[in-house]
Design a protein around this ligand. Sequence first.
Ligand code: AMP
Ligand code: MG
Length: 347
Amino acid sequence: MDTKVYYIDEHDDEIIKKAAEVIKNGGLVVFPTETVYGLGANALDENACKKIFEAKGRPQDNPLIVHVADFDISKYVDYIPDNAKKIMENFWPGPITMVLKKSQIVPMLVTANLDSVAIRMPSNKVARKLIEYSNVPIAAPSANISGRPSPTTIEHTIEDLNGKVDMIIGGDKCEFGLESTVVEVLDDKVTILRPGAITKDMLEEIGLTVDIDPAILKKPDGSLKPKSPGMKYRHYAPKADMTIITGRIDRTVDYINHKINELKMQGKMVGVLATDETKHLYNGGYIISVGTREKLGLIAANLFDTLREFDKIDVDYIYAEGFSEEGLGLAIMNRMKKAASYNIINL
Ligand code: AMP
Ligand code: MG
């Protein structure tokens, strides 16, 4: 397939309208959002959505998020709890997805046969214009080949999907760089199914009772089934074998330096996911700072790009400094743990 790539911003209405035509005609468009780039199709067109699964190699049992540009979501859901209204008022448009009971018109393929549907209104202006001009909701998972780190730049999407989609539009690096927070919303409480930029504290601050799905806090072992089907897959995975080191930072640096030397003697190349505070402390290895520990938001925004960078230079092993799981740290460590297949050493 010949993929048309357009570097644009939100003022390029002509191109966004062209992309909207592709969506209306049942095609696939890669577009930017504030979380990660999305691979979109008309959410009400089952055949179009089928192509999403094919292009990504996505397992059929992993449902898609439906993106809207209008606060009136009543057509797509059966029932809107007050808690959902609160979330919309406070955080939409933005990086939080709500799982609600679905209506008939949402195809079962989109929800992977669940009776619930995941819905989000993105804040990115290109994304919203695309949805508005298409005049349909857009189903869109992350625009990467399944299993690879999610795409936070247009280049990442070209790497993965050039030739497999009709059109790629965008240009800006994603503001948050981690996929949206996913919450199941009921009358009495909300449950975080996937941590993201909207944190538990932020949801509690607006008066909600918030649980975290226990299955996302631990290594999957079959005993607890995550309520968000996507969370059971190995994800975000770089090619190299990755290990996260947690605990005191001085010990972490010593341990990783020891590994760099040991593996170098075996002719192996080590990549280190470091921070601005520590990057000068390593001797040897391929060091990438993911940002300063003072700004977790920047670390989140850089994480997937850093993992892809290690793929490019083809390191054999990656050692990554861990982060505290407070606030946004929970989402960062969730993605890192999956990337590392839960290879964690606590010093
Ligand atoms: P992605 O769009 O690639 O970030 O993946 C979407 C995420 O939302 C996956 O983890 C899905 O499992 C989750 N999701 C989508 N729809 C539902 C749903 N109806 N119930 C629970 N989780 C969902
Ligand atoms: Mg994804």
